[in-house]
Design a protein around this ligand. Structure first.
Ligand code: SAM
Length: 275
């Protein structure tokens, strides 16, 4: 029985005495066509491990199991875990009852060494969309080749629009190290309960170069962005006098804010400071 229908979703919720938890962003997909669109371009092979974040009642998981050899589903809500065990083929499915943000992703991938590639799929819990994407991309695990994720339309639109200026750490990661494209638009009517806004599904193909980069550069950027409105001289983790000297040479105004710089300008400054 297909889970992604209104009838089946209501049946599962009723029989298990459950109501969707707003706090966990539980909006279940009830349109199988949308599931097909999300999964059709995944290009899953025999050696692909699929990780799903937030399987919920299993609407998407069910289809992922049809097209792959192994799915690891990470779900925070233990009530959902019980439902998944009842309704899905557990031979190819491993369920981890944990907050995705606390999962050691590198260890999980390492524990499944036999899979040469990892694809991450999710109808994301909207309240932590950015945290989840940032965690995956900055993990720096070269086996992760692709993320296919559904999110609020307005948020997704920002991710596919290339920015010159430094807006956020996640945006820098996406702009520089992902090839992002739209897979499909999803109406709010495709969910139960119905959210207030429409959604969008994006595919992020991770660029291999990401993993050859010196990650300390990202650490400094991340730290500086916590104080994005402060002047650069007050955010960089170097001796002020030394920085001022370099800035004169480079013709950089010490009062400029990180958010006013382009990623290239920021990179050049760090390179010069580390010489
Ligand atoms: N995949 C299902 C579907 O498409 O119908 C459910 C998607 S629903 C938008 C988001 C799911 O993520 C819920 O099942 C929720 O319990 C789960 N979730 C919320 N926060 C989570 C977290 N921090 N870690 C793992 N799962 C989480």
């Amino acid at each position: 029985m297909i889970i992604a229908t209104k009838k089946e979703t209501f049946r599962i919720l009723k029989e298990n005495n459950l109501i969707a938890k707003k706090g966990y962003g539980q909006n279940f997909l009830i349109n199988y066509d949308t599931i097909k669109k999300i999964t059709s371009g995944l290009n899953i092979k025999g050696e692909t491990l699929v990780i799903e974040i937030g399987p919920g009642l299993g609407a998407l998981t069910q289809e992922l199991l049809n097209i792959s050899n192994k799915v690891i589903a990470i779900e925070i809500d233990k009530n959902m875990v019980e439902v998944l065990k009842q309704n899905l083929d557990m031979n190819k499915l491993e369920i981890i009852n944990e907050d995705f943000l606390k999962v050691d992703l590198n260890k999980l991938i390492d524990d499944n060494k036999e899979y040469r590639e990892v694809i991450i799929v999710s109808n994301l819990p909207y309240y932590i969309t950015s945290d989840i994407l940032e965690k995956i991309i900055s993990t720096g695990n070269e086996k992760i080749t692709k993320i296919v994720a559904m999110m609020q339309k307005e948020v997704g639109k920002k991710f596919i629009k290339k920015e010159d200026k430094i807006e956020s750490f996640l945006k820098v990661l996406i702009d520089n190290y992902c090839d992002a494209k739209v897979i499909t638009h999803v109406s709010k009517n495709d969910f139960e309960p119905r959210p207030n806004v429409d959604s969008i599904v994006l595919e992020f193909n991770l660029v291999k170069d990401l993993y050859n980069l010196d990650m300390s550069y990202f650490d400094i950027l991340k730290d500086c962005l916590k104080n994005r409105r402060k002047s650069i001289i007050n955010t960089l983790p170097y001796d002020k006098e030394y920085v001022l000297e370099k800035f004169v040479k480079m013709d950089v105004k010490p009062t400029v804010r990180i958010e006013e710089l382009t990623i290239l300008e920021f990179k050049n400054i760090l390179e010069e400071l580390s010489k």
